[in-house]
Design a protein around this ligand. Structure first.
Ligand code: ADP
Length: 356
């Protein structure tokens, strides 16, 4: 692969740092990171993934080898970044976290690769959004740990092969299908993260409550878990908001009643759907006769971004069986109608309306 570096050279210090957090996850003390599990024991659920990883990590340690490159995919908030941090901690190596949109120019990815130390983990979020040039720089880096560079232009061009330290690339994506196959094929481990069960989410809620010193009963934790859409990030967000309610409107303790009343007030229904999810289902039912309708039309009507609809709203609506994806667009399922308390139009009525 040829990269034409300009006269400025890529080694110059960049103004824009493409690494979001170059330090280990532990040093970042934002809310999300303060409650982020750091080891396999506190990483709840995803047991198949954990079992595979434990063996892979142990084998790499025994052989004193760098871990294979890994790709984790699934909807946002299911723990892809977190598991990458757990892997780094277990291997006792640093993790560098960046995301594909921050790697716009060749020099962004080259700069990161050249600054890696042996055994380190490079985590690239939203890896399906890498541009072609960055992807092609990654191929030899992932396969042979080299950087193939061409300096100068046309006849005076020279190819340089720069060795890189052995590193592990962990990619995360919400859209595995959008990865090019040459990139996908370079990952030794590809794993899809699953939505969490209510029991698992209740454990997430209890664990977070303990860290944040929030008083919660087991049925309070379960009530929050039930409305968390199978997603730990949402469970954590809800417990924080419910604890604000509990503090201001009740005696500070969260039980089932406090949780349910707070969540009702926050307009999160018993399926965990929020106002945008319900607006989406309502729109398809009211304006498009239940569908099918294209995602662009839905996004425009709701004044939302197509990516938000596809990555944030739809995965759970599809998994909960409220929405269906057809070749002609999205359709609300009979469960979706029932959930919103709407009458399901019979096929005959629909046919009759179409003829008229
Ligand atoms: P993703 O990278 O898939 O979008 P993250 O790894 O950032 O998701 O996880 C979002 C939040 O959810 C984290 O801050 C973490 O606290 C919590 N979380 C994710 N997975 C787990 C888990 N398995 N156990 C406990 N908490 C989790």
């Amino acid at each position: 692969m040829a990269i034409f570096s300009d006269d400025e050279g890529f080694i110059k210090k960049e103004k824009k740092n493409p690494i979001i957090k170059s330090e280990t996850i532990e040093y970042d003390n934002t809310f999300e990171n303060s409650i982020r599990p750091k080891d396999f024991e506190s990483y709840i659920g995803q047991s198949a993934l954990k079992e595979t990883l434990k063996i892979t990590l142990e084998a790499a340690k025994r052989r004193d080898k760098t871990l294979d490159h890994m790709l984790f995919y699934g909807p946002p908030g299911l723990g892809k970044t977190t598991i990458a941090g757990v892997i780094a901690a277990q291997m006792g190596v640093e993790i560098r976290i960046t995301s594909a949109p921050a790697l716009e120019r060749p020099r962004d990815i080259i700069g990161i690769l050249m600054s890696l130390k042996g055994g380190e983990i490079l985590f690239i979020d939203e890896i399906h959004r890498l541009n072609k040039v960055a992807e092609e720089i990654l191929y030899p880096a992932m396969e042979d740990f080299t950087l193939d560079m061409t300096t100068g232009k046309s006849q005076t061009a020279k190819t340089l092969r720069i060795p890189l330290p052995k590193f592990t690339l962990i990619g995360a994506t919400t859209k595995a299908g959008e990865l090019s196959s040459p990139l996908r094929d370079r990952f030794g481990i590809i794993h899809r993260l699953e939505f969490y069960t209510v029991e698992e989410l209740a454990s997430v809620v209890k664990r977070t409550a303990k860290i944040l010193e929030i008083d919660i009963t087991p049925d309070g934790a379960e009530a929050i878990a039930l409305r968390s859409r199978g997603t730990p990030r949402i469970a954590n967000r809800l417990i924080k908001r419910v604890s604000d309610f509990a503090l201001v409107k009740y005696d500070g303790k969260i039980d089932k009643n406090v949780a349910n009343e707070s969540l009702d007030a926050l307009k999160i229904d018993e399926f965990g759907l929020d106002t945008t999810d319900r607006a989406l289902l309502n729109l398809i039912i009211e304006k498009y006769d239940g569908g099918p309708v294209g995602v662009e039309t839905i996004a425009a009507a709701l004044s939302e971004d197509v990516r938000t609809i596809e990555d944030v709203c739809e995965p759970y609506l599809l998994q909960a069986g409220l929405l269906q994806r057809t070749p002609r667009g999205r359709k609300v399922s009979p469960e979706g109608y029932r959930h919103l308390g709407k009458r399901i139009p019979s096929e005959q009525t629909k046919l009759f309306e179409e003829i008229l």
